[in-house]
Design a protein. Structure first.
Ligand SMILES: Cc1cc2nc3c(=O)[nH]c(=O)nc-3n(C[C@H](O)[C@H](O)[C@H](O)COP(=O)(O)O)c2cc1C
Length: 220
């Protein structure tokens, strides 16, 4: 299976220091998945590597022949993936605007019927728990339902170094065990969803709207 880790920060400036703690947390997620599930593929999606354009225009708003290369490539990766790890800092008690902006570029049909994991972090003691709550709603609407367990990383700058590792084997084992409680749920649900997608195409049962979302409204 394939898993994408979305790095939810584009903040290269300081203060607060250090910048892009999200890079460390994303690396920690990637290494845990590669270590425990070497049979699966994992890729970090870094918004700083993408040209999203200056003015917001989602992938689905372009005529099919004119989708910009970066959007097309990521849309294909999202469609091919079996599950998603959404890594977000907490900004003003909310999920990362950079992550929401990135995800808003893609239609829910690309994410649907696959699981996701919520990973939040902060420089302080709450680990982004308040941001995580609203991420459930966001990701459910995208169709990649988040598994029940979540990963929260308080004091992320002291937990993970720039390589996404802890400073001792004991701490690494503890973090691996904590994080794998959530990742195991992701892999389990991803396997089940993949099998079910292959045996029964959900789109054959649940019609997607053809014209606009009001076609999903309750009858008058
Ligand atoms: C605009 C902004 C708002 C923030 N709001 C919160 C907050 O609500 N709760 C919190 O714990 N930390 C907050 N922080 C501190 C972040 O946890 C810290 O800066 C972290 O490094 C952000 O992740 P990043 O470096 O990957 O962008 C905020 C930081 C910024 C820049």
């Amino acid at each position: 299976m394939k898993f994408l880790v979305f790095l939810g920060s584009v903040r290269e400036s300081t203060p607060p220091r250090p910048a892009r703690l999200g890079a460390r947390v994303s690396l920690a997620c990637e290494s845990l998945l590669k270590k425990v599930y070497p049979e699966h593929e994992v890729e970090i999606i870094d918004p700083l590597d993408l040209n999203l354009g200056d003015i917001f225009k989602p992938e689905f708003a372009y005529s099919r022949k004119q989708v910009p290369a970066d959007l097309k490539q990521l849309a294909d990766k999202i469609a091919e993936a079996d599950g998603y790890v959404m890594v977000s800092p907490e900004y003003n008690h909310s999920m990362s605007p950079a992550l929401a902006h990135l995800l808003n570029h893609f239609g829910s049909s690309l994410f649907s019927y696959k699981p996701s994991v919520i990973v939040t972090y902060s420089a302080g003691q709450w680990g982004g728990a308040r941001a995580a709550v609203s991420m459930r709603t966001f990701l459910s609407e995208l169709g990649c339902l988040p598994v029940s367990a979540m990963i929260h990383v308080p004091n992320a700058a002291t937990v993970f170094n720039e390589e996404g590792r802890t400073n001792s084997k004991e701490a690494q084992d503890e973090w691996d065990s904590y994080m794998n409680r959530t990742m195991a749920q992701l892999v389990w649900w991803a396997e089940g969803a993949k099998q079910q997608r292959e045996s029964l195409d959900p789109n054959s049962l649940i019609q997607t709207f053809q014209r606009d979302p009001s076609q999903r409204n309750a009858p008058k």
